[in-house]
Write a new protein. Structure first.
Length: 367
């Protein structure tokens, strides 16, 4: 409890999002060790959406970042990131927005991804219209079936889009959120099998002189596996902050939760029950069952969760916290939790030392 508890909470409103600086620093160092170097890391920013967090990572030599929105990509450019991937299919006005953003920050190298011929044709046309040639990574379906070209179609797809005049094919984007088996041996074997299939495609393309040397792969559960199996770039996101979901389900990763939401007890509606002010407007509403764990009261079972209330039940009534008690909840899913707050309280040694803005919480900054 001591590492999450904050002193001088009298003026802190609840709920509030808290990041713990020393834990996050430790997680950054561990990610670098897993990757073998800071240069190999290409982390996602969607977990925090904060330019201050991004700048902290840059102090450790991490200079490449991945984004899910144009706003996140702009945030990375504002911080001076060397390379930026918008790891989301560009559709509609987002195509023009991203091209304009890339032109506005010539000192950063921007990349788009794609898995559809018509989509990349639109991107190529827009680039031609604006006098820009966009580097692109083919988005590979590594078995997750969310986005991406299936591996059996990848080579033919790549050869076609490589002819589009407004884009420049550079390689592959290989996110595999499906590779999260609790058994690290099984997880590593599954990742290695798909990696070999992808590398076969790369070999065929390179034999014909087609550029396909840049590969950005993995998420938090799989990036240590890719690190062992390949020389690709690695793109964990949650690892740097870490939530209860990964901490409890994948303990082999070794990352420590570095964020919590401070909440207060507001009611004792019945014996053994206590209500907090942490509704689902203050913590991610996924997963369905356990959306967070109270530090020191992990046995408390969620009963009712609504917009502004979260009621828990605890068998030992003597442990029911008093009205007004500050509690610290580790979110099961930190990424959407961070997006619920305009700012983050940065804590070191039990005290708030700074406030970080959730810079890219909105989907538009300038472009």
């Amino acid at each position: 409890m001591s590492c999450y508890e904050i002193r001088k909470t009298e003026e802190i409103i609840s709920p509030s999002l808290i990041y713990y600086l020393d834990i996050i620093r430790s997680n950054i160092q561990k990610a670098i060790e897993e990757a073998g170097s800071a240069e190999r890391l290409w982390p996602h920013v969607k977990s925090h959406k904060s330019i201050d967090m991004l700048k902290l990572q840059m102090k450790y030599g991490i200079v490449k970042f991945k984004a899910a929105t144009v706003a996140e990509a702009e945030m990375a450019a504002q911080a001076g990131a060397e390379r930026i991937i918008l790891a989301y299919p560009l559709i509609g006005p987002n195509i023009g927005r991203y091209v304009e953003l890339a032109k506005a920050y010539p000192n950063s190298h921007f990349y788009a991804i794609g898995d559809d011929l018509k989509q990349l044709e639109y991107l190529s046309d827009k680039c031609m219209e604006k006098g820009y040639r966009m580097p692109v990574l083919a988005d590979v379906n590594m078995g997750m079936d969310r986005t991406g070209v299936t591996i059996d179609r990848l080579e033919a797809f790549y050869r076609i889009v490589n002819t589009f005049p407004g884009i420049c094919m550079k390689g592959l984007h290989c996110y595999d959120g499906n590779h999260n088996n609790k058994d690290i041996i099984v997880r590593n074997a599954e990742v290695a099998d798909v990696d070999r299939q992808v590398e076969t495609v790369m070999i065929h393309l390179k034999q014909d002189g087609i550029e396909c040397g840049l590969v950005v792969a993995g998420g938090t559960p799989s990036f240590p596996c890719h690190a062992e199996n390949t020389n690709w770039y690695l793109s964990p996101g949650t690892a740097f902050i870490t939530d209860a979901g990964y901490y409890k389900n994948l303990p082999d990763l070794g990352f420590i939760p570095g964020a919590a939401v401070m909440t207060r007890v507001i009611s004792h509606p019945a014996p053994g029950l206590f209500a907090t002010d942490l509704g689902y407007k203050g913590i991610a509403s996924d997963p369905v069952v356990q959306r967070g764990y109270i530090v020191g009261l992990e046995e408390a079972v969620p009963v009712i969760h609504s917009e502004e209330h979260w009621v828990f039940k605890i068998e030992d009534v003597s442990k029911v916290p008093a009205i007004g008690t500050c509690l610290y909840v580790i979110p099961t899913h930190i990424c959407p939790t961070s997006a619920l707050y305009p700012e983050i309280l940065l804590v070191k040694d039990g005290e708030v030392i700074h406030t970080w803005k959730v810079t890219a919480r909105n989907r538009r900054l300038t472009y």
